[in-house]
Design a protein around this ligand. Structure first.
Ligand SMILES: *Cc1c(COP(=O)(O)O)cnc(C)c1O
Length: 387
């Protein structure tokens, strides 16, 4: 099984998003192993593309990037544990001040000469992390009056920006704008928009100076819904494939897989694929998904197992059965097969969870087609890197 990541698609998406963002710089969000695409190759490619700001969720992700020689700015979006504040300074990572406790820890650890770079997070309605709008100015003045603390950012996060025209997103933006207007003193960046906000709200969501757009999913060529990604010409960067490990013809009535829940309705050719929920191919896809194999879409039948699943190729003497051999590759999702959106729908989740869920045991293969066309993806020289 292989997750093929198209680095040219990644660059293409970065350019498209940057165009859409105008003057505002992108912060590339590469948490969770770059949404399953592989943090190091993705970080390197985007850095070479001119991106200077990166976002991760956890301290360990930031330290990993630093240890691998990544020198761009990195913001850890999650809340730090107060005792770990010195690690942020040691590794030159920006930290999120999302509560008065964390602000107090920052003040306690501040040393002139090795400034702690902080981004103060305001909860304008996400209800997850952040200071209430009314508490921001006191915390900001405490931080800015402490020598050894640098106010690198003020930010918030939308809860409903994936829904075009969301009134609640507008409410959040209004609350945030009020906080920004109240701020006295300088802040390096003010940022609110993620990919969804960039697509649905547009300029008002990043009309701060200077601002950043924290883009994750869009860089990987996706959005929350296909309708949303259709607003830009984004190209999904990942393709997931698995090989046929066995082929057989079974008589009518033959049960397939755990629970014997599916039985062949007639004499049928069955392909076993080396892909299962242990690879991140969701078990909820059982009986719902199709894969691309033998030139067409073939249904996944029977329960998806941890390491394998079975595909119905139909009558043995007809296409697609006649066109499939052991060792052939089936596309679970990709540009020419079912899409990530299809897999997300079959498994009752969002595209984010599908790409993040491709498990570490699946080798990532990086292709970098010189001509930026879909067909070049297969013809390109490939470099294999297992992360
Ligand atoms: C993950 C994350 C993002 C990126 O969101 P996308 O929808 O993937 O663009 C931005 N901001 C925060 C705080 C996040 O946690």
């Amino acid at each position: 099984m292989t997750a093929t990541v198209d680095l040219a698609a990644l660059r293409h998406n970065a350019r498209i998003l940057q165009d859409w963002a105008g003057e505002t710089e992108l912060m590339a969000v590469i948490k969770a192993d770059a949404y399953g695409h592989g943090i190091l190759p993705v970080a390197r490619t985007l850095r070479d593309e001119g991106i200077r700001h990166f976002g991760v969720a956890r301290l360990a992700e930031g330290i990993h990037l630093r240890e691998q020689g990544h020198t761009a700015r990195i913001l850890v979006l999650g809340a730090p544990s107060p005792a770990k504040v010195p690690h942020y300074v040691d590794h030159d990572l920006d930290l999120t001040v999302s509560s008065a406790d964390i602000a107090a820890a920052v003040v306690r650890h501040a040393r002139p000469g090795a400034p702690i770079r902080v981004h103060v997070k305001v909860d304008t309605g996400m209800g997850r992390l952040g200071l209430s709008p009314e508490d921001v100015s006191a915390v900001v003045s405490r931080l800015t009056q402490t020598s050894g603390v640098h106010l690198a950012g003020l930010w918030t996060h939308f809860a409903t920006a994936d829904a075009p025209g969301s009134a609640f997103a507008q409410t959040q933006l209004d609350r945030f704008q009020a906080v920004v207007e109240d701020l006295d003193g300088a802040v390096e960046h003010v940022h609110a928009a993620n990919t969804g906000a960039l697509l649905t709200i547009g300029e008002p969501a990043h009309d701060f100076s200077p601002s950043l757009i924290r883009s994750g999913i869009g860089l990987y060529g996706l959005a929350a819904t296909p309708e949303l990604s259709a607003r830009l010409n984004l190209r999904p960067a990942m393709q997931l494939t698995a090989r046929v490990t066995q082929l057989k013809t079974v008589p009518a009535g033959t049960p397939i897989s755990y629970g014997a829940r599916w039985q062949a309705p007639h004499r049928t050719r069955i392909a076993t694929l080396g892909a299962g929920y242990g690879d991140g191919y969701p078990r909820l896809c059982s009986g719902r998904a199709t894969v691309r194999l033998g030139g067409g879409g073939c249904p996944v039948v029977g329960t998806i197992c941890m390491d394998m699943c079975m595909v119905d190729l139909g009558p043995p003497d007809q296409s697609p059965a006649t066109r499939v051999e052991r060792g052939d590759e089936a596309i679970l999702f990709g540009p020419s097969g079912p899409t990530v959106y299809d897999v997300a729908q079959w498994s009752e989740t969002i595209p984010y969870e599908i790409c993040c869920g491709v498990s570490p045991r699946v080798p990532r293969r990086y292709v970098d087609p010189k001509e930026e066309s879909e067909s070049a993806l297969h013809a390109a020289q490939v470099s294999t890197s297992e992360v």
